[in-house]
Design a protein around this ligand. Structure first.
Ligand code: A3P
Ligand code: 4NS
Length: 307
């Protein structure tokens, strides 16, 4: 079984940071670009649910919320497998020595319906079958500064990401859109516009943090589910940062340490709004804000950088 193969891998092999390439001007791991035709031709099914995010916007959090809703708050069922295996990451290709049937596409193809799938692709790179099949999509966006901080630490701990360089260097790359899955500004705006014409529930990390009950109710409504208040409270508890941090099926400690080194920075790092204040210098903040205003000038989309 695919999961066992991931688990059985030697914990001692060494990996170097991943090489990158581009598809349609979007930076992606080279091994993903090499398989782009297959990813683009992915066959979505009408009852697929797609979870789409910019990386580090709260993907794993919404995945756990959705899984709990789909399983009526049964925590044991939600511990049936790791996040990676429960919700295939459609564009994800693992480097050697991982076996090819642990790639996102293969996992998705082998999965019976109804499937919940994950992607970080910008809207223009989503395989067309998702639009043709009118699949439901949940998008989660997170304010740029916290998203960037989380992404920086993720690059430090995850060998599947390119070398981040220094904080200052990574900040520049983020502003220039020269990071995996492309420009944050275009990503959040692209999906914001797409919701006018498609079945997309657009959520914000900050709203989830502020009032998880209210936001989970939006997801319930979108998924046409009705759950007792008691189960809703159970979902809120099970998907809280503190509980997910200790859940081995959700905290990515299942990845071999040669890929993700949680001693450098844990996957479940802080889970807060406003941690950017501990990273940006005053000068960096002024420069970022000025650039941000230009890039976000012609959109109705707004974010909260603190609660
Ligand atoms: N239950 C939860 N509540 C709040 N934040 C959570 C969370 N689960 C994961 N996160 C945070 O979401 C980010 C990871 O996002 P993704 O799943 O998209 O990779 C990390 O942010 P930080 O690095 O700021 O802590 C992680 O700590
Ligand atoms: O290497 N991974 O398994 C991996 C890569 C990216 C990734 O992105 S995230 O934003 O969903 O954390 C998650 C897992």
């Amino acid at each position: 079984m695919a999961g066992d193969k991931v688990k059985d891998l030697s914990l001692t092999f060494s990996m170097t940071h991943s090489e990158t390439d581009e598809v349609g001007g979007i930076l992606l791991p080279k091994i993903v670009c090499d398989r782009w035709d297959q990813i683009w031709n992915f066959k979505a099914r009408p009852d697929d649910l797609l979870i789409a995010t910019y990386a580090k916007a709260g993907t794993t959090w919404i995945q756990e919320i959705v899984d709990m809703i789909q399983h009526d708050g049964d925590t044991e069922k939600c511990k049936r497998a790791t996040t990676y295996l429960r919700h295939p990451f459609i564009e994800w290709v693992l480097p050697a020595p991982f076996s090819s049937d642990t790639n996102g596409l293969e996992l998705a193809e082998l999965m019976p319906s109804p499937r919940t799938l994950k992607t970080h692709l910008p809207v223009q790179l989503v395989p067309p079958s998702f639009w043709e099949q009118k699949c439901k999509i949940i998008y989660v966006a997170r304010n740029a500064k916290d998203n960037l901080v989380s992404y920086y630490h993720f690059h430090r701990m995850n060998k599947n990401m390119p070398e981040p360089g220094t904080w200052e260097e990574f900040l520049e790359k983020f502003m220039a859109g020269q990071v995996l899955w492309g420009c944050w500004y275009d990503h959040v705006k692209g999906w914001w516009e797409a919701k006018e014409n498609h079945r997309i529930l657009y959520l914000f990390y900050e709203d989830l943090k502020e009032d998880p009950k209210r936001e989970i109710q939006k997801v319930l409504q979108f998924l046409e589910k009705d759950l007792e208040n008691e189960i809703l409270d159970k979902i809120i508890y099970h998907t809280s940062f503190e509980i997910m941090k200790d859940n081995p099926m959700a905290n990515y400690t299942f990845q071999p340490p040669a890929v993700m080194d949680h001693s450098i920075s844990p996957f479940m790092r802080k889970g807060t709004v406003g941690d950017w204040k501990n990273h940006f210098t005053i000068a960096q903040n002024v420069k970022f804000d000025e650039d941000y205003r230009k890039k976000m000038a012609r959109t109705s989309l707004t974010f909260r950088m603190e609660l």
